[in-house]
Design a protein around this ligand. Structure first.
Ligand code: GDP
Length: 436
């Protein structure tokens, strides 16, 4: 998502490099290019207009800064304005003073509400909340079961109408769920509502009724970033028909242009609060306008990377490995542990994609092969603990056994062992040089 936009903006801004002074004509030309890039990415026209006007005004009136050259100045302005469109500050969930906090999800069918319910619940659980999911989508035959499955995967409780009672009244289910949450001491209730294929007044009224009945603290409008220009009109319809306090963008992992989704905040005034980028429960995070902007401008999402690393980083384990590097005692066991620790952070290509300059590394990224890493893990797992501790003992017959046991060729085992020795030697030399 946003790759084309990111490439275009990066190259427009790169063209400014090396210019000692920007003339008014330079600024106009740059603004024109940015305008085209945004329109091609599906950003709503009204948003583009305001954006370009601000960029021009600020770039022309820019103070001469000792710290920044003119090109950097423009990059800074574009970045700041982009952060502005995306909502400025990160908006956190409003928690109710008395539990439970009620979060309601609304949006078109297929937008990703049910999936999101699970993701959000898991995320909140990770922050020591005790969320409960509520199935108020009684329209779609499988919706209740789907939510129950999602709840199981996220390991959270699900409140659903008893099966066999016919189509229940979603407003009633929602109301009862709040009493249930109070009784069972769940501090957050996440209400999944029926989707609509298109903007449907009847269902819209139902959502508004549920919202009123449960006094929702947050109503999150869930929108599929792949639906293009329709994202803006759908958002407007939900704003008028139901009303919402925040937006969740889903399917940011898709290859659509996505600019429309980026316009939703500016058009409706409601902040983008979360973003989903995959079908897995972990493919989800709070939305940070500043990080998204720097990602779009090709500066990489270093902050997200650092945060993810921190979340999964095991200090003791890393220190142990670092100490061993210096003395050349690193074992395959440590190597496997490190590999698993990195993988906990998500698919390798996703991680690399967050690094600065990743926009230009796409071909290399496409070649990062998760299967290859799986194979390395399988080979190490096929070794005995003694072999992992002391890889030198892995002779020809052991290599044959390991290869058979882990379903690879002997040359794959050779390759891994040789590379491990090379890497260990190199790390030890580096550690010596840096005084580790
Ligand atoms: P609902 O009708 O709004 O409840 O939508 P669902 O949660 O059932 O999602 C519709 C489809 O989109 C499902 O196949 C989900 O697996 C998929 N989906 C949801 N979120 C994402 C996402 O962030 N990325 C991708 N690629 N697929 C998603």
């Amino acid at each position: 998502m946003f790759d084309t936009l990111s490439d275009r903006l990066t190259s427009v801004l790169q063209n400014l490099r090396g210019k000692g002074r920007l003339t008014e004509a330079d600024i106009d030309a740059t603004a024109r290019e940015i305008r085209i890039a945004l329109l091609e990415a599906d950003v709503a026209l009204s948003v583009v207009r305001t954006f370009i006007a601000k960029i021009k005004e600020r770039a022309k009136g820019a103070e001469v800064s000792a710290a920044l050259n003119p090109a950097q100045q423009v990059v800074k302005i574009v970045n700041e304005e982009l952060v502005g469109i995306l909502g400025g500050e990160t908006r956190r969930l409003n928690l109710a003073k008395t539990a439970p906090t009620v979060i309601m999800l609304a949006g078109l069918q297929g937008a990703g509400k049910t999936t999101l319910a699970g993701k959000l619940a898991k995320w909140l659980k990770g922050q020591n909340h005790t969320p409960m999911l509520v199935a108020c989508d009684l329209q779609r035959p499988n919706a209740v079961t789907q939510l129950q499955v999602v709840g199981q995967r996220a390991e959270v409780d699900v409140f659903a109408p008893e099966p066999g009672n016919g189509v229940g009244d979603p407003v009633d289910v929602a109301r009862r769920s709040i009493e249930e949450a109070r009784r069972t001491q769940h501090d957050i209730v996440i209400v999944d509502t029926a989707g609509r294929l298109g903007v449907d007044e009847e269902l819209m009224r139902q959502a508004a009724d549920i919202k009123a009945a449960i006094g929702a603290d947050e109503v999150l409008f869930v929108v599929d970033a792949m639906i293009g220009q329709d994202a803006v009109s759908t958002a407007e319809a939900f704003r008028d028909g139901v009303g919402f306090t925040g937006v969740v963008l889903t399917k940011l992992d898709g290859d659509a242009r996505g600019g429309a989704a980026l316009s939703v905040r500016e058009v409706t005034g409601a902040p983008i609060m979360f973003a989903s980028n995959g079908e897995g429960l972990a493919d989800f995070d709070a939305f940070h306008p500043d990080r998204m902007a720097s990602r779009i401008l090709g500066m990489g999402d270093v902050l997200t990377l650092i945060e993810q690393a921190e979340q999964h980083f095991d200090q003791a384990q890393a220190e142990k490995a670092a100490a061993k590097i210096g003395t050349g005692e690193l074992t395959l066991e440590d190597f496997l542990e490190q590999m698993l620790a990195v993988r906990k952070m998500g698919p390798i290509a996703n991680l690399l994609g967050m690094l600065p300059g990743a926009g230009q590394m796409k071909d290399a990224l496409a070649q990062v092969d998760e299967k290859h890493i799986d194979r390395l893990q399988a080979i190490i797992r096929g070794m005995t603990p003694a072999e992992r501790q002391d890889p030198k003992m892995i002779n020809a017959s052991r290599r044959l056994r390991i290869a058979k046991g882990s379903g690879v060729e002997v040359r794959d085992v050779n390759d891994l062992v040789n590379r491990f020795f090379d890497a260990r030697k190199m790390m030890q030399q580096m550690a010596g040089r840096f005084g580790m």
